[in-house]
Design a protein around this ligand. Sequence first.
Ligand code: NAP
Length: 349
Amino acid sequence: MMAQYPNCYRCRARLILTHRTGLIPNPIARFQPQVRQPMHPTDNLSSASHWHILGAGAIGCLWACHLQLQQQPVSLLVRSDSKLQQFQQPWSLSGQSQAEGIQLQAELNQSESPISRLLVTTKSYDTLAAVEAVRHRLSKDAVIVLLQNGMGQQQQLAERLPEVPIYVGTTTEGAFLSGHQLVHAGSGESWFGPLNAVAKQLGEAPLRPLLSLALHSGYDPQILNRLWQKLAINAAINGLTALHDCQNGVLADNPEYHQQMTQLCDEVERLAEALQQPLFEQPLITRAEAVARATGTNFSSMLQDVRHRRRTEIDAINGYLCDQAQTLGIDLPHNRSLLEKIRQTHPTV
Ligand SMILES: NC(=O)c1ccc[n+]([C@@H]2O[C@H](COP(=O)([O-])OP(=O)(O)OC[C@H]3O[C@@H](n4cnc5c(N)ncnc54)[C@H](OP(=O)(O)O)[C@@H]3O)[C@@H](O)[C@H]2O)c1
C-alpha cells in the first residue's frame, strides 16, 4: 500500500480532511500557481517551523486548523484569558473543508516562547498594536506574514520593522466562527508574496508550509498587484453594500447603486493609473459588476460589521485610496464621500 504524506500533493486526496473546491467561482482571478514545490519526505524545508497565528478569528482559525491537519506545529496567540478558554475544547470544521475534534493550541500574547513564523490575521486596524504586543518574542530569524484585507498597515509595519522579512497575502476564502465550530463557508484562493527587500531575498522558502495546505494557495513575487486588485474590488463593493444595507448582487441590479459603483471604479482607476499600478485587463467596473453578481447573495464583511456595530475596515480600503490620492494632489470625491458617510454612521476607533 502506498504511504501517505500529508504535505504531498500526490497524497492529498487520501487525507481524512475533506476539502471541496471549485464550488464557488472565483471572481477575482483564475488560480495559476507560479512557483510551487511539493512537500515530500525528501523536502525537509521548514517542516519543523512552528507557526504562531496572531488573530484567532475566522481566518486565523481556518489556517490554524489546516496547519494542524497537516501536522505542522501551530499556536494561536490571543489577548485575553476569556479567548484562551475557547481553545480548551476541540474545534470542528464544517462547510468547504470538514474535520472533527481539532485540538488547537493557544497562548497569550505575553507568553515567553520565541516566535519565528508569525501569521497575522487580525483586522487591518489592529495589525500594528497586535504585532507590537508580541514584538519582544520575535526571534532573530523571524518572518512575518500578513493575511488581511485593506492596505496601508502592511507598509506601516514594514517601515517599523525594516530588518524583518515581511510577506503579505490576500485570500478569497470565506469563513466565520460559530461557537466551537469554524464554518468554511466559501472556497477561494490565496496568494502570498514578499513585501520588503529582506523577504524578496529569502523568496518562497519560509512560506512553503502555508503553500502546501489543502487550501488553494500560490506564491506571487508581484503580490502587490493582487493586493491592489482585491483593494479595488472591495472599494467598489463593500462600502456601498454597508451604506445601502444590501446584498452584493443589488449593486449590479439597482441602476442608482450601479451608477455609484461606476463612479467609485472610475476614481480608483484614475488613481491606479497615476501610481502606474496595473489593475485588470478589463475596466474595473466590469470586474466589480461580475464579482457583485457572482457573490450576489453574500452580505459583505463591511455590511456585517455595520450590522453588528463593529468597527469596519473602511479606513484601510477607501480611506487608503483617498490618502494615496491626496499625496498626489488628486481628488476622489465619491470615495471620500463614501468614507465620510461610513465614518459618520459607524465608529472607526
Ligand atoms: N472572514 C472571512 O471570510 C475573510 C475573508 C477574506 C478576508 N478576510 C480578512 O481577513 C482579516 C481577518 O478577518 P476575520 O474575519 O478572521 O476577523 P475576526 O474574526 O474579527 O478575527 C480577528 C481576530 O483578531 C484578534 N485580535 C485583534 N487584536 C489582537 C491582539 N492585539 N492580539 C491578539 N489578537 C487580536 C481578535 O481578537 P478578539 O477576539 O480578542 O477581539 C479577533 O479574534 C480581515 O482583514 C478580513 O477583512 C476575512
